[in-house]
Design a protein around this ligand. Structure first.
Ligand code: FAD
Ligand code: NAP
Length: 312
């Protein structure tokens, strides 16, 4: 097993990890950043980003993340395409093992492993994932040209997914468990004005109905959330957009997590272990935006630098 020692290891290359990497590299900490399985993070699965400061017009999520990664690399961060699968934070230096069988040791750590899509938890959802059930419209909308699709959820992701799907599908249903969307008003307005989008309010998905030859979904059994009424809806695709859960499984034996799995932090980015900092969607369940994740990345890098200086 190879050994890579660093003063600062950064896990994740979303806005939090990249920003931490840029600040840490400019402080001469020679950080190593490990990408994980989603280089660039969540913004790589979206299209228009309209609210990241500095751009008068919308920019594409994957492009924005390429820029952030290149920026960190250009100021001296060592960026590695690998995923961390095992850690030990009870020793000094901290020890990490990766999928590529590389051993890393680090004097300090910034965790910016972000969040991943939540699923409904239905057996039929598991069965038809990849056969009509998806959590990424940007990735899969193309397969639903002139088809009928549904999106479940009422947040920004659900409404953005629905709007994007209207470029391909002939009809898009939004199925939401309440009668009010959580999404920002500007997105709500666009959805209400789009003739292809129809709403199922106060509704949840009881079952995904599929066919087996060929394997595909053909409809949904929908349950009212206010009474016992059930209905059926014929669709060709279902996009699940019911929120995200933090990627913290690796840390559960070491760090204090809340009941939803978010890392508990004090003074913005400090965890319960000295020298271990958290930044972005992995600990922030209030804001969960690219700009706030980047902000936390900056704070974590500044705190890591101070920690390393005092320690030495
Ligand atoms: P993430 O972007 O989630 O990045 C996490 C990183 O951690 C990834 O690189 C991953 O590979 C890595 N990782 C995970 N596990 C490991 C491991 N074991 N080892 C090493 N690395 C690991 N926000 C906005 O402000 N504007 C928008 O327009 C917008 N649109 C969005 C559209 C969609 C479809 C979604 C899902 C989200 C959107 N968001 C938007 C929210 C925004 O993407 C997130 O708030 C932001 O990406 C969080 O950044 P992060 O760096 O904390 O984590
Ligand atoms: P979210 O804001 O947490 O919304 C999740 C939605 O799914 C809510 O409407 C919720 O209903 C519903 N839901 C949750 N669990 C459900 C279940 N089991 N069954 C059915 N419905 C369920 O998540 P998100 O939309 O993925 O957004 C995550 C973060 O990323 C947010 O901070 C968001 O602002 C950010 N984001 C930003 C943009 C942007 O700026 N353009 C785009 C995408 C995402 P309730 O409303 O009833 O709780």
């Amino acid at each position: 097993m190879n050994n890579n020692h660093t003063k600062l290891l950064i896990l994740g290359s979303g806005p939090a990890g990249c920003t931490a990497a840029t600040y840490a590299a400019r402080s001469n900490l020679n950080p190593i950043l490990v990408h994980g399985n989603q280089p660039g993070g969540q913004l790589t699965i979206t299209t228009d980003v309209e609210n990241y400061p500095g751009f008068a017009n919308a920019v594409q999520g994957p492009w924005l993340m390429e820029q952030m990664i290149d920026q960190a690399r250009n100021v001296g961060c060592n960026i590695i395409n690998d995923n961390i699968r095992e850690i030990n934070l009870n020793v000094s230096p901290f020890i990490f093992k990766s999928d590529k069988e590389i051993k890393y040791t680090a004097e300090s750590l910034i965790i910016s492993t972000g969040a991943s899509a939540k699923w409904l938890g239905l057996e039929s959802e598991e069965k038809y994932r990849g056969f009509g059930v998806s959590a990424c419209a940007t990735c899969d909308a193309f397969f639903f040209k002139e088809k009928i699709v549904a999106v479940v959820g009422g947040g920004n992701t659900a409404v953005e997914e629905a709007l994007f799907l209207t470029k391909f599908a002939k009809k898009v249903f939004i199925i939401h468990r309440r009668d009010k969307l959580r999404a920002e008003k500007i997105l709500q307005k666009r959805a209400f004005e789009n003739e292809k989008i129809k709403f199922f309010w106060n509704s949840s998905i009881a079952e995904i109905i599929g066919a087996d030859n060929p394997k595909k979904i053909i409809g949904l059994k929908i349950k009212s959330t206010i009474d016992d009424h059930f209905s059926e809806l014929e669709i060709d695709g279902l996009f699940v957009a019911i929120g995200h859960k933090p990627n913290t499984k690796l840390f559960e034996n070491f760090l204090d997590l809340d009941n939803e799995g978010y890392i508990i932090t004090k003074k913005q980015v400090f965890t319960n272990i000295k020298g271990v900092f958290a930044a972005g969607d992995v600990h922030d369940k209030a804001y969960r935006q690219a700009v706030t994740a980047a902000g936390y990345g900056c704070m974590a890098a500044i705190e890591a630098e101070q920690y390393l200086e005092l320690k030495i």
